[in-house]
Design a binder for this molecule. Structure first.
Ligand code: HSE
Length: 436
């Protein structure tokens, strides 16, 4: 049989890794797919550029539309990122009857509902394993391996760059900007690294995971998103003293009233496996009613780990490209006409424990004022620590750990505490997740 012809959109970190893996493992991959796979054409920004892969057998073009319009291409692999040009190209490829593999989480989280509907009408596949958690086959695990379960919740470290920064800050006391620059140099960070550090990248991925876990449409606009920008070295140290690690988590949980969809830094007890996932590694815990907790761990970014997921998708597409489209695995795990309209809950509705760090005057009555405000909101305190003054800060750090409380009440209490003249006007709040 003739080889399957692949067209790449983008030949950067992941594109180069994909070419290398396809070339190095060609015999194994061909035996798995049932056909040889050939990268025939690739669009690039500039023809003359240093690349991590050998392009001597690939036709290069600076016109990405040539890839999606070329009649000889069976599968278009979109690796340029972003959600404008990438969307136009993917839509055009589908309109042309081509199957699509993408690593683009923004594209799927923002436009997946529309893209999957178009793909269904055109009877082509859109595969997106590499969009979530790099090389970890989490989409396949949730969509197929856990198909027997009612999935109750999932929690994951799904942004490698943030995890790398938090780990280096904790282990080596390194400066935030310095570690971010290294993550960019290693190809972990997004083109716009604010997507990593402000939690947007993780929210894209969580949106996808929640959709395939609960059978709901993709709803990125309803995700609560908070990044790691407010976390200081002091918070990292205080968390350790209390027996926790600070991790940037994506959490989705289903209850009677709705679905929680939230991305934020969290204090995780240090005995939990997720607390010990370091560097650029990602990990996701998925809790199903039948199987209980399951854990998926691996490299969340980087050329070949992400290429591993891209190539697995290409193999999947090759295996089923001639089969009846009615029998393909549904894009969002559940049949398109069986999605649920259960609402995504506002962040105010969640209930969890909190770490609060504030700077207060070291004089009688200040702590009493703070604890009175908490008591008035019916917030119970688990621990209070008063620290020595740091640097030239005239006020002393006070750390409070609360018991579990609705977010609405913590917000009301923080507003009053921040208004006290004896307290600095910004209290740091980190949610505590025991992941039980
Ligand atoms: N910027 C992403 C990360 C790349 O750091 O996790 C993988 O999606």
């Amino acid at each position: 049989m003739d080889p399957v012809q692949v067209g790449l959109l983008g030949l950067g970190t992941v594109g180069g890794g994909t070419v290398n893996v396809l070339h190095r493992n060609a015999p194994e991959i061909g035996r798995r797919a049932g056909r040889d796979i050939r990268v025939k054409l690739a669009s690039v920004r500039t023809l003359q550029s240093d690349r991590i892969c050998d392009t001597s057998a690939i036709e290069l073009t600076t016109d990405p539309y040539q890839v999606v319009n070329s009649p000889g291409i069976d599968i278009v692999v979109e690796l340029i990122g972003g959600d404008t040009l990438a969307k136009e190209l993917v839509v055009q490829a589908i309109e042309n009857g081509k199957h699509v593999v993408t690593a683009n989480k923004a594209l799927i989280a923002l436009h997946g509902n529309e893209i999957f509907e178009l793909a269904r009408q055109r009877e082509v596949m859109v595969a997106f394993e590499a969009a979530v958690a790099g090389g970890i086959p989490i989409i396949k695990a949730v969509r197929e391996g856990l198909a027997a379960n009612r999935i109750q919740w999932l929690a994951g470290i799904i942004n490698g760059t943030s995890n790398f920064i938090l780990t280096e800050m904790r282990d080596k006391g390194r400066d935030f900007d310095d570690v971010l620059a290294e993550a960019q140099a290693l190809g972990y960070a997004e083109a716009d690294p604010t997507f990593d550090i402000e939690g947007i990248d993780a929210a894209h991925k969580l949106t996808i995971l929640a959709a395939i876990s609960f059978g709901i449409p993709l709803q990125f606009d309803k995700a609560y998103t908070e990044g790691i920008g407010q976390i200081t070295a002091a918070d990292v140290t205080y968390a350790e003293e209390l027996g926790y690690r600070i991790k940037h988590l994506g959490i989705a949980r289903k209850s009677e009233s709705g679905v929680e969809l939230r991305v934020h830094p969290a204090m995780v007890p240090e005995r939990r496996l997720l607390a010990n996932v370091d560097g650029v590694m990602n990990a996701v815990v998925v809790h199903g009613d039948a199987v209980g907790p399951t854990l998926y761990y691996g490299a969340g970014a980087g050329a070949e780990p992400t290429a591993s997921a891209v190539v697995a998708d290409i193999v999947d597409v090759v295996r089923v490209m001639t089969s009846d489209p009615e029998h393909h695995v549904p894009h969002l795990a559940f049949q398109p006409n069986a999605l649920s309209d259960i609402p995504v809950l506002p962040i105010d509705a969640i209930k969890t424990a909190y770490y609060l760090r504030l700077y207060a005057d070291d004089k009688p009555g200040v702590l009493a004022d703070i604890t009175r405000i908490l008591a008035d909101q019916d917030i119970s305190i688990e621990a209070v620590i008063q620290k020595e003054p740091v640097d030239d800060e005239p006020r002393i750090p006070v750390i409070l750990l609360t018991h579990s409380v609705p977010e609405q009440r913590i917000n009301a209490a923080l507003k009053q505490i921040e208004a006290l003249s004896s307290v600095n006007d910004k209290v740091t709040r980190i949610r505590v997740e025991t992941l039980n």
